[in-house]
Ligand binder design. Structure first.
Ligand SMILES: Nc1ncnc2c1ncn2[C@@H]1O[C@H](COP(=O)(O)OP(=O)(O)OP(=O)(O)O)[C@@H](O)[C@H]1O
Ligand SMILES: [Mg+2]
Length: 233
């Protein structure tokens, strides 16, 4: 099967080779668990390997995003087939229209057109919660079913960032995304003793894959992400 590599050292093997192409995958995690950095890096590394990618940022500006990803060691962003759509800027430029628009519809039309014209094969949305806050969703399960179905109908793999409130009882999305998604990657900060935390990643589910289910420590060293096994006593 054709798979999209995460290029996180060690993790693609744990996923059974990578993410099946065409999947809709949630990247879920509490604040500051590197959801943005990891997702962006998956796009970045794939673009270096020949993909064309669209990163849709709903709240972080293109400039801020580029700057922080460059700081993390992702060089040459200006000259790559990695297109950043900065919805924040469009919103600021069209303040009056903001409330009138249903961004779930707007985004769907935009993605459809751009995938047709530019041939993007990787799409990221950062984040679903920001998208919901701009959309009127009357029947979440039905509307998200159609949105996920739309993403699946594209010839692209989608990564959707899902913000999990810290201290929440569980769940990887506000509505029923966890059931609609083909895969879930969960990022969390695990307490180590009384004073420390360790960033961890876990593949909760990945349809069509025989993957590992356990936690791995996730670290960014130099210009790459890698995982190491967590040994519990
Ligand atoms: N090399 C590194 N190793 C570990 N953590 C780092 C490194 N560089 C930056 N960070 C941390 O990563 C965090 C930010 O990552 P990122 O913005 O991707 O997280 P996020 O989950 O998207 O956050 P938010 O919930 O605000 O959207 C910051 O807390 C930053 O200090
Ligand atoms: Mg983020």
């Amino acid at each position: 099967m054709d798979r999209v590599k995460t290029f996180v050292e060690g993790f693609d093997e744990a996923l059974g080779g990578g993410i099946p192409r065409g999947s809709v995958v949630l990247v879920a995690g509490t604040p500051g668990t590197m959801k943005t950095a990891l997702t962006f890096s998956i796009l970045y590394e794939n673009v270096k390997a020949g993909s064309r990618a669209l990163y849709i940022s709903l709240e972080e500006s293109q400039e801020d995003l580029r700057a922080s990803m460059t700081e993390l060691g992702m060089a040459g962003l200006e000259d790559m087939e990695l297109y950043i759509l900065d919805i924040g800027r469009i919103r600021l430029e069209h303040k009056d229209e903001e409330l009138a628009k249903n961004w779930l519809d707007v985004l769907q039309k935009y993605i459809e057109q751009r995938v047709r014209v530019n041939g993007f094969d990787l799409i990221a949305v950062d984040s679903l919660e920001a998208l919901y806050s701009l959309s009127r969703i009357d029947n979440p399960r039905r509307e998200l079913f159609h949105f996920f179905g739309f993403l699946r109908s594209l010839n692209a793999t989608s990564l959707l960032i899902s913000e999990v409130p810290s201290g929440s009882a569980g769940g990887f999305g506000r509505y029923d995304e966890e059931f609609l998604a083909d895969g879930i990657l969960h990022l969390k900060q695990a307490p180590i003793g009384d004073t420390d935390v360790q960033l961890r990643i876990r593949c909760v589910k990945m349809r069509r894959s025989k993957h590992e289910h356990g936690d791995f420590a996730l670290v960014r060293t130099g210009d790459k992400f890698q995982i190491t096994r967590v040994i519990s006593k």
